[in-house]
Design a protein around this ligand. Structure first.
Ligand code: ADP
Length: 519
């Protein structure tokens, strides 16, 4: 049987999606493959179809224990002999499945990487023929990724313990160079066929909303679309509870999901959501990996996530059915502080911390850019957009007035230079507005020629302008706990008047000015 025939007969799909055919044929031709596709791009078929056509049992390694049953049930419904072996089963049931597998009952077995430590499983693996090892969510192997799982490091050990070398298929939605390199290196992929399909999700509308009253925004949004299913992501369990209660008290049918709830509670909420018994889930990022619910109409981020990979993956859970869906990120400066704190608390390795700060800065820049949001996201994944504007994101559709702030930009850049590129955004803003802050006086910064040259603006407005310049590359923010603002080669373009900088302002509000200069 050919791959197309399996696609149609078993899965009932007409044709392959972008990249699937190449990856399937690669694996069938015994070549290692690396499939990089966006969430819902159709990665699973790329190992499920070879599994049916190859002699022996394909091993699927996935971190998603809670979803294995659903994935396997779905395959069984298509008439595909698959099973899973994981810690949710009794030992007796695990042994039974192993026995059945030895007898050739299954073509696919799903396991979590931890299973590769089990002697019983290793003995079993030596007894059967494994033509293909499919590594799902392969970015989990890299410590530079947003979801590093040390147990993934067992995979290469397991493969070299076999007395033959199965084909390896690695699949992920993460395309940053560092991680792709890591996947190839750590999994020891042998001249893999690398397929990176387009990352664009044209049906997703992207929006960044700077909001100090996020709950009201969400409430308004839900009131306008009461029938729609969606996910609201929050940074912490506390916020999940708070937003969840806020919405429930106002009569919305919402569920909450975070790692502090029991397995049963989480499972029930997840199922209720999948079967549309509850429309909206308020969750931490513990929710959603591998969830295949097609009609999610919106994903609202109550807080800015730690990096663009996580954001795109979470936002990408909207609109899997191809219908127009909203991805809205509610930004406030506190989110940056929160994420820095989380990095400090959870990442100890200094190199990893540095990478995390760098990734965080990309995320912050996304929130501040005036350029096309889709373009930003795609550029991050190494893709160019054909046009400069997508006309389907909040920046492209922003009809607020564009104010020329080139003069302000010049003043800011000069001030950064005068301050010897040694201070953060707050200090630069304070100097420009002429603040009498103790530290400004202590460091003698009030003696600089740029002191007070923007005294008509508030600190917040100046900071926003600085962040805009950083987001568009006219200034640079160093990484680390105490980032400082520095010049970039592009700063000169502003100083020489070669480039203009624009900022969107509300027509009626203009940029808020200060009533009284403080000094
Ligand atoms: P990923 O793992 O990349 O997030 P999945 O493999 O779960 O995505 O696929 C997403 C959805 O697309 C699933 O519902 C799947 O059945 C469907 N799908 C995959 N390939 C095809 C195809 N060739 N034609 C139609 N639907 C497909």
């Amino acid at each position: 049987m050919k791959a197309e025939a399996v696609l149609q007969e078993y899965f009932g799909f007409e044709e392959f999606r972008s990249g699937q055919k190449e990856l399937i044929e690669g694996a069938l031709g015994r070549r290692d493959v690396l499939g990089i596709m966006p969430t819902s791009g159709g990665k699973s078929l790329c190992y499920q179809i070879p599994a049916l056509l190859l002699d022996g049992i394909t091993l699927v390694i996935s971190p998603l224990i809670s979803l294995m049953k659903d994935q396997v049930d779905a395959l069984n419904e298509f008439g595909i002999p698959a099973t899973f072996i994981n810690s949710t089963l009794s030992i007796k049931e695990q042994n039974l499945r192993i026995d059945e597998s030895i007898k050739g009952k299954y073509k696919l077995i799903y396991i979590a990487p931890e299973r590769l430590n089990s002697e019983i499983f290793l003995n079993f693996a030596r007894k059967v023929k494994i033509p293909l090892v499919a590594v799902d969510e392969a970015h989990c192997i890299s410590q530079w990724g947003h979801d590093f799982r040390p147990s993934y490091r067992e995979i290469p050990k397991f493969i070299s313990s076999l007395d033959y070398r199965p084909v390896i298929g690695a699949f992920t939605a993460t395309a940053t160079e560092e991680i792709v390199e890591d996947i190839c290196k750590i999994l020891n992929l042998n001249n893999p066929l690398k397929i990176i399909t387009g990352f664009d999700r044209p049906n997703l509308y992207f929006e960044v909303k700077k909001s100090s009253d996020k709950k009201s925004f969400i409430l308004n949004y839900l009131e306008k679309s009461p029938e729609e299913s969606g996910i609201i992501y929050c940074a912490t369990r506390k916020e999940v509870e708070s937003v969840g209660n806020f919405l429930s008290e106002r009569g919305f049918n919402v569920g909450i999901y975070h790692a502090g709830l029991t397995n049963e509670e989480r499972k029930k909420t997840q199922e209720d959501f999948i079967y549309d018994k509850i429309l909206v889930i308020v969750a931490t990022n513990a929710f959603g990996m591998g969830i295949d619910k097609s009609n999610v109409r919106f994903v609202i981020h109550h807080n800015m996530p730690q990096n663009i990979e996580a954001y795109y993956q979470e936002a990408g859970r909207a609109g899997r059915d191809g219908e127009k869906s909203d991805c809205i990120l509610l930004y406030s400066p506190q989110d940056v502080i929160k994420q820095k704190y989380l990095i400090e608390q959870s990442i100890y390795n200094p190199k990893r911390q540095e990478v995390s700060y760098k990734n965080l800065q990309h995320m912050i820049d996304y929130c501040h850019t005036r350029g096309c949001l889709r373009g930003r996201l795609l550029n991050y994944f190494g893709e160019e957009m054909e046009n400069e504007n997508c006309n389907f994101c909040s920046n492209c559709l922003d009809d607020r007035e564009l104010k020329d702030i080139s003069l302000e930009a010049k003043k800011i850049i000069s001030c950064v230079y005068r301050m010897e590129q040694r201070y953060g955004t707050t200090m630069v803003a304070k100097v420009l507005m002429g603040s009498r802050d103790k530290r400004i006086l202590e460091f003698g910064l009030d003696k600089l020629s740029t002191y007070g040259i923007m005294d008509e603006y508030t600190e917040k407005v100046i900071k926003d302008m600085i962040l805009l310049l950083i987001a568009d590359g006219y200034l640079h923010m160093t990484e680390g706990k105490f980032p400082v603002v520095q010049l970039t080669p592009k700063s000169m373009e502003i100083l020489k008047g070669e480039k203009k900088v624009y900022q969107r302002v509300e027509k009626e509000e203009e940029l808020p000015k200060r009533d009284l200069p403080i000094h």
